[in-house]
Ligand binder design. Structure first.
Ligand code: FES
Length: 282
């Protein structure tokens, strides 16, 4: 990780808006007396959101003042967590995941697009529209490679669809959040590949297993009616019936004596070792 320093050019002052001031008081009040410092991350985060998603020195000082903390303690928090930006970022702030799953799925190609279209990491474009940095795993590895832009994730990226995404953002056109290839959430791209016996190989048609399909085919061959297919409802109905039968046979102890007896039945005490035969002693 690179050294994190405050921006060279700083605003003169920072003050929470009246709305954020009220919000901050509410957050601080959640903590017991003497523990107000626990609100430090929440307040820094709010200050950053208010200040175009970067934290100037004056905002760090204001948070320290509100929480009664030494400035250096708040600065330590702000410089430790990479979620806090210490210098101005673009209107569209791109965080590119470069961790192994995304790397294996082509994040380098996405980085090349950023270098070509946006420029050097950490620098804001001349029109103020974009800046980018590389970060560690953002927890969307199933849909790698991916980026976070401001508060949203954009996944299943290719150089082509990512280029289009940047074009749309630059032009102010609406964009699709999430997968850029149209898959829902992190469903498998090639269709259902697990639990096919429960949900059907096409993932839609309902319970149907290879075994029941073959049984039906054999039944037709021998002119015997096929066995009914086991479906989810029947399965769970049968499980519920078995549980009820079990409960009927296992009466719950109602008194301490019954409970002691029940425990003894389950786990009888060990018998003392038998005395060795007298001739063995000799
Ligand atoms: S490795 Fe990229 S989101 Fe996890």
């Amino acid at each position: 990780m690179s050294v994190r320093r405050l921006a060279e050019v700083q605003p003169e002052s920072f003050a929470f808006t009246p709305e954020n001031e009220t919000w901050a008081e509410g957050i601080i009040a959640k903590y017991p007396e003497g523990r107000q410092a626990s609100a430090v991350i929440s307040l820094l985060w709010r200050a950053q959101a208010q200040h175009d998603y970067w934290l100037p020195r004056a905002a760090i000082e204001e948070v320290a003042r509100k929480l009664g903390m030494p400035y250096i303690r708040v600065l330590e928090v702000a410089t430790f967590y990479t979620m806090f930006n210490l210098a101005p970022v673009g209107e569209h702030f791109v965080q590119l995941c470069g961790t192994t799953p995304c790397l294996l799925r082509g994040s380098d190609a996405i980085k090349a697009v950023l270098r070509e279209r946006v420029g050097e990491s950490g620098k804001v474009t001349a029109d103020g529209k974009f800046s980018w940095i590389e970060v560690e795993c953002l927890g969307a590895c199933c849909n790698a490679p991916m980026v976070q832009i401001n508060d949203d994730y954009y996944e299943d990226l290719t150089p082509e669809n990512f280029g289009r995404l940047l074009d749309d953002l630059a032009a102010g056109r609406p964009v699709t959040i999430g997968s850029q290839t149209g898959r829902v959430s992190s469903e498998p791209t090639g269709g259902l590949s697990a639990l096919t016996s429960l949900y059907g190989v096409d993932g839609v048609s309902g319970p149907q297993s290879q075994a029941t399909t073959e049984a039906a085919a054999q039944a037709v061959e021998h002119e015997t009616p096929p066995a009914p297919q086991a479906d989810g409802a029947a399965f769970f109905g049968e499980a519920e019936k078995l549980a009820q039968e079990h409960a009927e046979h296992v009466a719950m102890p109602e008194t301490p004596a019954e409970e002691t007896q029940a425990r003894t039945d389950i786990d009888p005490p060990e018998k003392p070792a038998a005395e060795p035969p007298s001739d063995a002693k000799a």
